[in-house]
Write a protein that binds this ligand. Structure first.
Ligand code: PHE
Length: 337
């Protein structure tokens, strides 16, 4: 009996010192385990006189239950204390300031497109837009490119169906505007265009700015002066500009415009293919056939038109050698502008 009292006291002492669940686990095996104190006592019953066994057994079992209950209660307490502690430690201070978010930048194409638009606005041009999914009529036919015309081969077209295409240039906007208004006209048409083409200098979608000026007495001299002013503004005022005879079905005469290579300053390099010049836009005097298509009198009115690719201008301005970089969305590239 005294032994049991002593054991109970000793257990309570140990229990009081146990601070976490692993220490409790140790206590459990020390008292209730296979080689534990209580188990030992129960085994020792066999060496007692049979008459004493029931009473002693009862006492030992009571102590066993007591120890078990105490261990369980303590375990629960320790568990909730441990959970409490974890909650405290892992709590989030919602009043702390956030990590801050990065402010995005504008895409280089948007930057240059806006710059080009601003230059033409400063020269008195308006801005017009048209659909990207365009009727074959506006994209080709009204621009003097009939169905079987070989000039259709100049532009690899995405056809939606026989009558509808993804526009291959922004020139159809000039037809749409001329159909709706009478001269004088002076506007540009910026926007996305589509051609079935993809390599280091072509993407299936790219941006163009088309320009049109129509009035009585518009001459090639007006075309030259507007385009020279523009190119000196978007590049540098001392950039050499040259007009080279060319062909477009919707202009006559037509000219391609080159600038002196801005990389080698004209001495010849890889970018200008050693010619010292870089082709930058197409232009010409509006073909009288186009005027007839939209109901203008070609004897009364003359005009000029031009068209340029914004990707190309952006590549030249920033020295970018692969057009695909614009559309890969690599932030290391985009973050530089
Ligand atoms: N539309 C032509 C092209 O995309 C460019 C151009 C526009 C040429 C206007 C002359 C006049 O290639």
């Amino acid at each position: 009996m005294d032994d049991l009292k002593e054991l109970r006291k000793q257990f309570l002492l140990h229990l009081g010192r146990a601070e976490d669940s692993s220490q409790l686990q140790n206590l459990r095996s020390r008292y209730l385990g296979k080689k534990g104190e209580i188990t030992g006592l129960l085994k020792s019953l066999t060496s007692m006189p049979p008459a004493d066994r029931p009473a002693a057994g009862k006492e030992i079992n009571e102590l066993k239950d007591f120890i078990e209950n105490q261990l369980n209660r303590h375990l629960q307490k320790i568990h909730s204390r441990e959970i409490e502690g974890r909650i405290q430690k892992e709590s989030i201070d919602v009043t702390l300031p956030g990590p801050g978010s990065e402010i995005g930048g504008r895409h280089p194409i948007s930057l240059v497109l806006d710059e080009v638009i601003d230059i033409f606005i400063s020269m008195g041009f308006g801005v017009e837009e048209g659909p990207e999914i365009e009727l074959d009529f506006y994209n080709f036919e009204a621009l003097n490119i009939p169905r079987d015309h070989p000039a259709r081969d100049m532009q690899d077209t995405f056809y939606i169906n026989d009558e509808v295409v993804m526009r291959t240039h922004t020139s159809p906007v000039q037809v749409r505007v001329m159909q709706q208004r009478k001269p004088p006209l002076r506007f540009i048409a910026p926007g996305k265009v589509y051609r079935c083409d993809a390599d280091i200098s072509h993407t299936p979608m790219f941006h163009q700015v088309e320009g049109l000026m129509v009035d009585t007495n518009i001459t090639f001299a007006n075309l030259k002066s507007v385009l020279e002013s523009f190119l000196h503004s978007v590049f540098t005022p001392d950039t050499p500009v040259r007009f080279r005879p060319s062909y477009f079905p919707f202009t006559e005469p037509s000219a391609e415009v080159d600038i002196g290579c801005i990389f080698c300053k004209g001495s010849g390099c890889r970018i200008c293919k050693t010619t010292g010049w870089i082709e930058i836009l197409g232009s010409g005097m509006v073909n009288p056939k186009v005027f007839k298509m939209v109901g203008y009198n070609p004897r009364k009115y003359t005009g000029f038109a031009f068209g340029m690719g914004i990707e190309r201008i952006t590549m030249l301005k920033y020295g970018i050698d692969d057009i695909r970089l614009f559309y890969e969305n690599d932030l290391r590239f985009l973050g530089q502008f």
